[in-house]
Design a protein around this ligand. Structure first.
Ligand SMILES: Nc1ncnc2c1ncn2[C@@H]1O[C@H](COP(=O)(O)OP(=O)(O)OP(=O)(O)O)[C@@H](O)[C@H]1O
Ligand SMILES: [Mg+2]
Length: 256
């Protein structure tokens, strides 16, 4: 189980998360939505333990253990995985070697290799990608599929997918969604899908949908909330519950 209580986080002295309360049980899929800059990726980085995101207050419990102050590699070992919104290139490190190092887990290489090939084929990633340096020259969609490949090989308990659907064509979206669905078959996983679009949620039906605005979860509901957002837009929905998106005219003073 993941339990986040009153989480307040700042970056470079600026408060970004302002009291997040959230919980998810194993077997559940949660969608996290919200306008640009509302704090979705910051929440993902904070759960993963990125040291840039300073926890000022609150706690993160995972499977009954307080992980608030664990290092990112300790969290990864505890079964937490983050698929990045903007995956990084790792020059000089071939994809296959990387996955063998992080997901080999003392298995014999033939077993690992068999599984690796199966997952690559499930995600329609060509074999030669195993020799390519991670994300170097990969297209947007190839990067996203590679993130999911890492998830399938690592088999985390908690997978946070930050805009895994952005930049994917219709076929790739289906491929990625099917892979995520297969991943959730074991029913002991928690998946957090950060997205702007209900399209991916048509394939991967979330148990709950949450809206983050200005560093707080301001609204939670079932799947229908995602379609309501698509139809009405954030401004209208947030206004109904008493929040106002401030759109300020930018003047020269703001930028110079
Ligand atoms: N490392 C950082 N340095 C400075 N500001 C940051 C940093 N990380 C996040 N922020 C700021 O925190 C706020 C929330 O950003 P975040 O990336 O979490 O938003 P988001 O909800 O993921 O948006 P999007 O939908 O555009 O991906 C933004 O105003 C952003 O500029
Ligand atoms: Mg983001």
């Amino acid at each position: 189980m993941l339990k986040i209580e009153n989480l307040e986080v700042s970056v470079d002295g600026k408060k970004i998360l302002k009291g997040i309360n959230f919980s998810a049980r194993r077997g559940e899929i949660h969608a996290i939505m919200g306008p640009n800059g509302s704090g979705k990726s910051s929440l993902a980085f904070t759960i993963m333990g990125n040291p840039k995101y300073k926890i000022e207050n609150g706690s993160i419990l995972f499977d009954g253990k307080d992980i608030t102050h664990l290092k990112p590699d300790e969290r990864a070992k505890a079964g937490i995985f983050l698929a990045f919104q903007y995956p990084h290139e790792i020059p000089g490190v071939p994809l296959g070697k990387f996955l063998w190092t992080i997901a080999g887990g003392g298995r014999n290489f033939a077993d690992f290799s068999k599984e690796f090939k199966e997952k690559m084929s499930l995600l329609k990633i060509p074999d030669e990608f195993s020799k390519r340096e991670i994300n170097k020259g990969f297209s947007g969609g190839e990067k996203k599929r590679t993130e999911i490949l890492q998830m399938l090989m690592l088999k985390p308990t908690l997978a946070i997918l930050d805009e895994i659907d952005s930049g994917l064509d219709v076929d790739s979206l289906k491929i990625v969604s099917q892979a995520v669905l297969e991943f959730t078959q074991s029913k002991d996983k928690i998946v957090l899908i950060i997205t702007h679009y209900p399209r991916i949620l048509n394939y991967i039906k979330p148990d709950r949908v949450h809206v983050i605005f200005d560093g707080k979860i301001v609204l939670s509901g079932d799947y229908s909330l995602a379609t309501e957002i698509e139809e009405k837009g954030y401004e209208k929905i947030l206004k109904e519950i008493g929040f106002h998106i401030q759109k300020k005219d930018i003047t020269a003073k703001d930028v110079l």
